[in-house]
Design a binder for this molecule. Structure first.
Ligand code: SF4
Ligand code: SF4
Length: 363
């Protein structure tokens, strides 16, 4: 399924209204220095800027209720308590507009774990099923973008239902919209748009090629096929990881800004002081936090930040690819680099881990 429609720039808000009929639309909005995904009102002109925070929270909320619980004592036998659970999953049909290909590919990384792994996650599955992803292809490479190293790219359609590419300028500015999935096709049809003619489709291809060329000029794509093994060889090199993590503050910003980080913690929250009713919550957690792997005994197998950073890099570029047919669980969006208060650069770690071992294969 693949067909293309054309949306004139001035028609975008109307087309989005039609595509999102019956759905909550999440689109980029500026809040202070940040650009975040927020519900969009009908008719609202969408911001086309690249968001500083990915849209993963629409499908995998930062904190969500898994179920509510009520404990009831038997009045005739106070030692006997029953527990009632309400595990209703409250899901709204949604449409995410304006994420970039690296954002959409993040959902694909999640899918392998939460949909296609040994334990299908019903909460994630229900939201993913109910959400249409309309992605904006990039026409400008950011200074920290390295999607072309990781199997992603400025016009990658992985994880998207519809891909929009900006074409033309001034009065002739618009978007070529390509349906990637059947669901995307149905949504695009509903917008009643003209077909994209050959000239506009060619213009979209030219935008893809130009952005790819700009990325290549900025930093030639690297072959990361040896990286999973190289990182494992580096596993016990504590000097290397200490050096890499020297300035890390363990703040976790890199993980919260990452479209592919999917770890969580589970806590119970009581409604009153007696613990008889409350809810179980799932909230984002991350391997850069010192408490993430602390065991009930108090032992923590990843005591220092060097071991935590090793896990973050190793998981994305070694352990995940080894479990998932070579797919790297980093999309090269660069947000962890721009968002890190001390500019820890994941590219540098991957390159140094790989290159140092090339020089000294038995290091
Ligand atoms: S954002 Fe930077 S300082 Fe904070 S945990 Fe990540 S690497 Fe460390
Ligand atoms: S690790 Fe960094 S560059 Fe890679 S997807 Fe996550 S935030 Fe983006």
């Amino acid at each position: 399924m693949s067909f293309a429609r054309y949306i004139a720039r001035g028609e975008l808000a109307r087309a989005l209204d039609d595509m999102a009929r019956g759905r909550v639309t999440y689109a980029p909005r500026r809040e202070g220095d940040a650009v975040v995904f927020r519900p969009r009102a009908e008719g609202e002109e969408p911001l086309l800027a690249r968001a500083t925070v990915p849209p993963k929270g629409v499908i995998f909320p930062q904190s969500e209720r898994l179920f509510a619980f009520i404990r009831e004592k038997d009045p005739n036998d106070p030692g006997h308590t029953t527990v009632r659970l309400d595990s209703t999953v409250d899901i709204e049909p949604a449409l995410i507009f304006g994420g970039r290909p690296c954002d959409a590919r993040g959902f694909h990384i999640f899918d392998r774990v939460y949909l296609n792994g040994p334990h299908r996650d019903p909460y994630y599955a229900a939201r993913r099923e109910a959400t249409v992803v309309v992605t904006l292809a990039c026409n400008k490479a950011g200074s920290t973008c390295f999607c072309h190293w990781t199997g992603c790219g400025p016009a990658d359609t992985t994880g998207s239902d519809i891909l929009l590419t900006p074409v033309g300028e001034g009065a002739d500015a618009g978007f070529v919209a390509v349906a990637v999935t059947e669901r995307g096709g149905a949504v695009l049809e509903a917008a009643n748009l003209p077909e994209a003619d050959a000239a506009r489709s060619d213009a979209a291809q030219a935008v893809h090629a130009a952005t790819q060329a700009a990325l290549d000029a900025q930093s030639p794509a690297r072959d990361l096929s040896a990286t999973p093994a190289r990182l494992l060889e580096r596993f016990s090199d504590s000097d290397f990881w200490r050096d890499m993590s020297d300035k890390c503050l363990s703040c976790g910003a890199c993980t919260y800004l990452c479209p592919t980080c999917y770890c969580f913690n589970i806590t119970d929250e009581n409604d009153g002081g007696d613990g008889m009713r409350g809810r179980r919550l799932r909230s984002w957690d991350n391997c850069m936090s010192s408490l993430f792997t602390r065991e009930a005994s108090g032992h923590n197998p990843r005591m220092g930040k060097a071991l935590r950073l090793r896990n973050r890099v190793g998981h994305k570029f070694s352990y995940y690819p080894q479990l998932h047919e070579g797919v790297v669980s980093c999309n090269g969006c660069g947000r962890c680099i721009t968002g890190c208060p001390v500019s820890v650069d994941i590219r540098e770690m991957v390159v140094r881990a790989t290159e140092a071992n090339e020089e000294t294969p038995n290091a």
